[in-house]
Design a binder for this molecule. Sequence first.
Ligand SMILES: *[C@@H]1O[C@H](CO)[C@@H](O)[C@H](O)[C@H]1NC(C)=O
Length: 558
Amino acid sequence: MVSSIKVLWCCLLLSLLPCRVANGHAPLVPSERFPLRVEGRFIVDRLGERVKWACVNWYGPESISFTFGGMEKLPVDEIVKRIAELGFNCVRVAYSLEAHVRNPFLEEQFVKANRFLSGKRFLDGFDAGIEALTKAGLMVIIDQHVSRAGYCCHWSQDEGLWYVPGYPEDIWIQSLVNMTRRYRGNSFVVGIDLRNEVHDLHSNPKWGNGLMMTWGDNDPKTDWAAAATRAGNRVLAENQDLIIVVMALCFGMELRPMRSHPIKLDLPNRVVYETHNYVEYQFWNLIPRDLGITFSTLRTITMLSCLALSATIFYLLRRWRRSGTGYPPKHLFLMSLGAWSALFSLIFMAMAFTTYKAACTYCKWGAQEDFLPWVYFWLLAALGGLALLVVSWRLSGMASLAELLQVDRNLLQSDESCDEETDLFRKSSGEGSGREITRPWDRGLVINLQCFMVSVILLLVCMVALLAAIFIDTYWFYERLEKTCHQNHRVVAHCLWWSHARWLDKQWGFALEEGQAFTAPIWMGEFGYLNHGSFWLQFMRRWLNGQVHSRYSLASFG
Ligand SMILES: *[C@@H]1O[C@H](CO)[C@@H](O)[C@H](O)[C@H]1NC(C)=O
């Protein structure tokens, strides 16, 4: 998801977390504390003391400039100094296979402020950056970002897997091995991030039908866990002191399959999992952008719609009461209920299916977990509605609804009045309380009943939308509600499945639970948002802070 332009390139803002040192600076880690290892959910130094990676991404070498961003503006040492001053203790540096294999010459325009690099190549620039960073005492994690130089990653790109046309797995592993060798002598290069934002391959003319990434099924074409194990072992064979960083599936969102298949390398205590999170990853954040309205407008619209629907329902009820008719015949009521609930369930099923298909374009694994159950749910509801319709029809002993209407039409025909409503009104008011003397159900009332049912269903939908609009941008929804759900986990397993915090826990926060086979550190390698004003970053930070004392201590990133 990283774009070299405006995406907030901050990763691991651990300076936000309470265990930071007072001035918000993560302490630099002196060389005598290396090598690093993994212990439970923490990264530790050689003495077992916790080490936090508080990194920033320094983009560039993975892009078509083939070198670090900013080299055209400032001398490399100045940039590095600024990174350290900002309080980071490590830097994630990204590169492309294309750059590594071709090792192209650097264009003057990209190294204007670093003349010593003019006429030099990609690797010279990469060396210079890493040298400057590590001399300043910053840890470096080398990120194998993309195959072809350029932006990564969009669901429509074919950069989702660890191999692409022209860059097979061999080249990828060779490159990781070569990079490992190249910096083996530099103990500040502490980790290799095997590949950025792996995700399903969308079907595309070059690739055919697309591929769903898997984890732990040993399919050589799709099993990312197996590929990461192959690559990780090769890297560790060159330098056993590196931390191997393994990206979560689905752009770094999805680690659930790791629960049953943690990655096991030849050497233990080396694996850190990496997750990413951008504002776009929670679809409701896109409401203001995609619909072009604010949440308060959304609240107003849903509120007015709910009021209008309530008024309609009130009107229909009054009309029925005034007609002086009794309750609808049971079979008629149940048939209508069955028919409408079947119809609406089908509509919701179509919506769920569309969402499922959309999510499948980049994350079939998560789509199957999160959206497919809803497709089945609404399918069952539709079948239930149909069953109700058929059974109540059969039990009614009536041949058809038409028959009912036929009877009523005969009744109506005997009625002189053409103005049905006035007629009904006159009758009911004439009879005083009206309810006791029941008129048979004529066609007008049957239609009345159908309108009533549709309005009630729409009102329910509207109320859900209104509740969502009211709470969606509150921290209470973001976090508290999620807690409520956790406490009643079994009962309401899927309630509020969209709650952000709950999703995060489910998707990768679980890894931080101590003492499990899957326990491992989580490194949030990238997070941020494009500048459509959002509560996202604020909530995310607050949540990360809050998690320090809770079950899933997310403060232990890295
Ligand atoms: C890795 O190094 C080997 C040996 O020097 C070389 O043949 C190969 O081309 C390199 N591969 C990459 C991707 O850099």
